[in-house]
Design a protein around this ligand. Structure first.
Ligand code: SF4
Ligand code: SF4
Length: 395
């Protein structure tokens, strides 16, 4: 196993993400024996970082993780959890909710703790004085119940920069969605640069884009097999990230023993991609995209009579076009009505200004439709808010 030093701790570069454990389709129960077997194997090969979150698997992930870890000394691994500010029923007793997670995880401290899922929408809750989340979590850190405080982030680079500026010195690390597709599709490169410029640790989630980069088309797989017949598609995705110097943690949501074995092989030694392999992956990524080639130059913005943030909207459009996305829907929820794609009057000014020749009004019309008909964050979070109410014995 390869390791990273981070602010006094030695972290296995591969972290075990606990959001995808196999469950029984009828009962919803987690296959605990399989979780135990995967953890035992991972720990025997040096994995020491286990990452869960309050809402994962309907609240059952925290419990299954604690069960699998109970035979290991507490100081032999790093336990990681997240505060569900994005799913609260309203302002709650944050410390009581934090304590619910401590109890479910059978611990009295978290090594790493994150504000979960900051976007253009949820940031308003996280920063609200009434919700009082950040000061409460800082207090937990001062009291030793959190050793390292960070946040997971699904918004755009501008918000990331502003948020870090507003909370300088509060966070030690930032977890972003990053892989060789999102390097450009979700502006992960820009976010990586913003985080590293501040000397903070970069944590990676979705290294294989929810499994999509682990199962490439035959044509794309043939291009990788030309380098090495044995390596899996997933191993290339991980090695792309190994080459990013400030990446301290790469999380993989493993749910099969064979997957754990393959990942352990990849992380047994440090083997970043050759320049040719890296170039091939970036070409494969370009071929997988289905959106528009917006470079974020903003030449179109000055002439927009509705003052829309066109590159932001096209970022959401590209995300939707690749796969139905709750993240993009939540980011659009963060806009006031007059800044949503439905406000576009199709005047066409932007398309004339665009060096990439993008038909912006057509893209925004399609985005409005996908946003209206796609999954809604508000609906998903309703059930989560309900379980928080129950956990806190709220009326
Ligand atoms: S077409 Fe829409 S986005 Fe483009 S300038 Fe006109 S109002 Fe703005
Ligand atoms: S001018 Fe074109 S490429 Fe530049 S930000 Fe606008 S839409 Fe994107």
């Amino acid at each position: 196993m390869i390791y990273n030093d981070f602010n006094g701790d030695k972290l296995s570069r591969l972290g075990f993400g606990c959001m995808r454990f196999k469950t029984d389709p009828e009962t919803g129960e987690i296959d605990q024996q399989k979780v135990n077997a995967m953890f035992d194997l991972a720990i025997s090969q040096g994995v020491n970082y286990f990452d869960t979150a309050y809402p994962y698997l309907g609240g059952k992930s925290e419990i299954a993780m604690a069960e699998a870890l109970k035979k290991y000394p507490r100081e032999s691994y790093y336990l990681v959890d997240k505060f569900p500010g994005h799913s609260l029923p309203g302002p709650v007793d944050n410390i009581a909710l934090f304590n619910v997670s401590l109890n479910k995880c059978r611990t009295d401290y978290f090594d790493f703790y994150l504000l979960h899922n900051i976007t253009e929408w949820s940031v308003k809750i996280y920063e609200s004085e009434e919700y009082h989340i950040i000061p409460d979590m800082v207090r937990m850190k001062e009291e030793g119940k959190i050793r390292h405080l960070g946040f997971s982030f699904h918004g755009g680079p501008e918000l990331l920069e502003e948020f870090l500026n507003r909370h300088e010195g509060v966070f030690e690390f930032v977890q972003i969605q990053c892989n060789y597709l999102d390097w450009t599709l979700q502006n992960a490169k820009k976010k990586y640069d913003i985080i590293t410029d501040r000397g903070l640790g970069v944590w990676i989630m979705e290294p294989c884009r929810g499994g999509k980069l682990a199962q490439l088309s035959d044509e794309n797989m043939a291009r990788l097999k030309a380098f090495d017949l044995q390596r899996s598609a997933a191993s290339y995705a991980f090695r792309f990230l190994q080459g990013l110097e400030q990446v301290k943690m790469i999380l993989s949501g493993m749910n099969e023993v064979a997957q754990v074995e393959d990942n352990l092989n990849t992380f047994a030694s440090y083997e970043p991609l050759s320049p040719e392999e890296r170039q091939t992956l970036l070409e494969i990524a370009e071929g997988m995209k289905k959106g528009v080639p917006c470079t974020g130059c903003r030449y179109c913005c000055a002439g927009c009579p509705m003052e829309l943030d066109i590159p932001f909207l096209l970022e959401c459009y590209n995300d939707y076009r690749y796969a139905e996305s709750l993240t993009a829907s939540q980011r659009l929820d963060g806009l006031t009505e007059d800044k949503k794609p439905t406000s576009c009057i199709a005047c066409g000014q932007c398309s004339h200004a665009c060096p990439q020749g993008i038909d912006v009004p057509a893209a925004l019309a399609e985005l409005s439709e996908m946003y209206a008909n796609g999954p809604k964050w508000a609906e998903v979070s309703k059930g989560r808010a309900e379980s928080i109410r129950k956990d806190l014995n709220m009326e």
